[in-house]
Design a protein around this ligand. Structure first.
Ligand code: SAH
Length: 395
């Protein structure tokens, strides 16, 4: 190990050499949230000078229209006061700032709102304090710290993609789980761990240290709880070719479930916006981004943003099982157009003709099919019977 090696890489390699390979979710969580060297602990950088740009950073229109949707939903709830206005993973605070500006149209909404931000990153929390200076905001580290007892209106943009997925690979002899181990050269390398209770010999069980090997992988398997039905590949996986990858995110499903329980109990709605799949389909979506460039997920642990696609089918299913209503997702393009983004863009361009071209580009970036319009989806979880705008039950 060189002295200049980044701290997290060195610590991960030492841990894996001693205890054997780790699962993709464990690797992902260490990279994002290691208290000392994780990406979100240290250097989350949004915006054009940073690592990635999100929809609120593209244009103020995004947050304004989300604000409009929240106000309309509050109206359909019967204008409860107070209600909890919650954003999870608020980044640099831009989205909430645009929501609050749009809500000046409806002062009663702002008066009734008990505003909470759920944030795990101390660096981003400081950014939010700055962006939202003057607003009455409270912070929580977890959703469950936001007090119950009032309806919830929650928004989370690009949060699901920060919640890791296990990855399953179809091999000649059945399904295996992708893990992170050490290659022959001692560097981080992806490997496979067979699924199911394998016949483990004493030799395999002791082969933990040193180079990554099938035997070392088997050793780790021993220490894991047996795969539950929800985390093993779904039955349609049987038709897939050797080499196919399926992802399953217990963490995303757990958020769907927690929100579902809460909405069924306290009332309200949650809007989850992210890039991801609307139906179950195979594919490796693990991605690392640094300074707007894709790099290998193992290249720079802790220094790049790691994401996976939101797995909307399992989030919706978990919310329904918890008692909430969760209609199919719609695309971000359809969501924003239905809320009037084209008219809003025209108004902004008319007010500042010198910026008309910029606004047209922003509109295309948010709604264009080749841009964010189709890949990004909007899910709405709600208390049964609420019928939030654009997510009404079919009559
Ligand atoms: N919503 C913002 C920021 C997206 S970046 C925007 O659209 O610009 C992801 C956000 O989720 C960050 O605020 C990050 O700190 C937060 N986050 C990441 N992992 C999280 C976790 N496990 N629990 C809660 N928040 C998390």
């Amino acid at each position: 190990m060189s002295l200049r090696e980044p701290a997290l890489l060195g610590r991960l390699k030492a841990q894996i050499a001693q205890d054997g390979p780790i699962s993709v979710p464990e690797y992902f969580t260490r990279c994002l949230h290691d208290p000392r060297d994780g990406y979100y602990a240290n250097r989350p950088a949004l915006g054009s000078d940073g690592d990635f740009v999100t929809a609120p950073g593209v244009s103020q229109m995004f947050g304004e229209l989300v604000g409009l949707w929240l106000m309309e939903t509050w109206d359909r709830l019967g204008r409860p006061a107070p209600f909890r206005l919650v954003e999870m993973g608020p980044g640099d605070g831009t989205l909430m700032s645009d929501i609050l500006r749009a809500a000046r149209l409806l002062p009663a909404f702002l008066e009734a709102a008990d505003l909470w931000l759920v944030e795990v990153s101390p660096v981003l929390r400081a950014a939010q304090e700055k962006t939202l200076a003057g607003a009455s905001v409270q912070w929580a580290g977890r959703l469950e710290e936001v007090p119950a007892g009032a309806p919830l209106l929650l928004v989370a943009n690009e949060l699901l993609d920060c919640l890791p997925a296990r990855q399953f690979v179809k091999t000649q002899d059945g399904w295996a789980e992708r893990v992170v181990g050490l290659g022959e050269d001692g560097e981080l390398a992806f490997g496979l761990r067979k699924l199911g209770p394998p016949p483990l010999g004493e030799a395999a069980r002791r082969a933990g240290g040193g180079a990554f090997s099938a035997a070392a992988a088997a050793d780790v398997l021993r220490s894991l709880p047996p795969p539950s039905t929800s985390s093993t590949p779904p039955p349609q996986g049987e038709d897939l070719a050797v080499g196919a990858i399926l992802e399953s995110s217990p963490a995303q499903a757990a958020l769907g479930s927690e929100l579902g329980h809460r909405l069924a109990r306290d009332g309200g709605a949650a809007l989850l916006i992210d890039y991801g799949r609307a139906t179950s389909e195979p594919g490796d979506t693990l991605q690392a981004i640094r300074a707007h460039r894709k790099e290998g997920p193992l290249d720079n642990p802790g220094q790049a943003d790691l994401t996976v696609w939101a797995d909307f089918p399992s989030v919706l299913e978990a919310a329904r099982r918890a008692g909430a209503s969760a209609p199919p997702v719609i695309t971000q393009g359809d969501f924003l157009r239905a809320l009037g983004i084209e008219a809003r863009a025209q108004a902004l361009a008319a007010a500042r003709p010198d910026r008309a071209e910029v606004v047209a580009r922003q509109l295309d970036r948010l709604t264009g099919a080749a841009q964010m319009g189709d890949l990004f989806k909007v899910a709405c979880l709600s208390a049964p019977g609420l019928n939030p705008p654009l997510f009404e039950d079919e009559a």
